[in-house]
Design a protein around this ligand. Sequence first.
Ligand SMILES: Cc1ncc(COP(=O)(O)O)c(C=O)c1O
Length: 349
Amino acid sequence: MARANVVGMSQALDLIDLRSDTVTKPTPEMRKAMAQAEVGDDRYGEDPTVRRLEELYAEIVGKEAALYVPSGTMANQVALRTWTQPGSVVLAGKNQHLVQFERAGAAKNSNIQFGLIREVDGELQVGDLCEELLIQRHFGLDVSLVCVENTHMPSGGRPWKIDHLAELKSAIGKIPLHMDGARLFNAAIASGVKPIEYTSKVDSVMSCVSKGLSAPVGSILAGGDEFIARARVERQILGGQMRQAGVIAAAAIVALETMVERLAEDHRRAKVLALAVSERYPDCGLDVVSVSTNIVVFDHKDPNSFLDHLNKNAILAGTISPGKLRLVTHKDLDDSSIDRACQVISNAP
Ligand SMILES: Cc1ncc(COP(=O)(O)O)c(C=O)c1O
């Protein structure tokens, strides 16, 4: 575990980093696989390790094909460019990553307009969605895509209920459905719904291997053969075409093969943190029962005072919007670091 090296932090304590699951370091097995990876120029389809990763993910999510891209943001942006036409409308949750956290990339890269749907516990409500569809059609606009996020980060990493997803899919008829499954595997572990069951309800899906699964780089986008062939071109347009990417794809394969089941540990630890938060701040809008994956989100009237208190104790956390704090568990934390974090939270301002 890293030593505290942030100015002003206690230098004697090990650093506990609760900012994100993206801070995870590759495992020794990943590093070994990276060193030994067989590679080639992926532009010519000649990197056998990238090909193996794409085939593996496509199989896990039950799609015809997949495409390895450098980041989750690029996976979403490529999906938007592939599914939509400029001037069309994409219906998505108001707080989803591709709406709020991608620097208006959807407008710049795809020239689309979002129709924003209210989220309840991280899910789009079918009634609201159908109403919005009617409105957009009334004004003669083309709704080219609907997007969901599973798990839904801003609601505290909530997994979708499979019945709700199925209902939504049948309500939108022929309009394609894209899933930002950056943390699809967390959703699957927490809900007991297999990734392939979730993805049978969507037309395209992306997952990040660089978050809880701890690979150093990348996300994978999957869909039908024709969709992925077009997505490959869009990836190139966005500058995401890679060459001997087998070096990083090798770690991604280890991530998919060995790091999924252990996510349950992160979920258990997030629950422990959530209990500490709700004991300290009973009115912070946190329902401990709803914390089923690795993310704890809660309200605080002065987030900086909370973050400063944590920093002084060599703990890092962050905000996701004004007045909303986030703690994220991951494989580079253990029970004793969570216990210490709980102790520090118990006397936070
Ligand atoms: C739900 C969700 N989607 C997409 C992304 C983007 O992933 P990346 O950071 O690899 O661009 C994130 C990143 O935190 C995320 O939480």
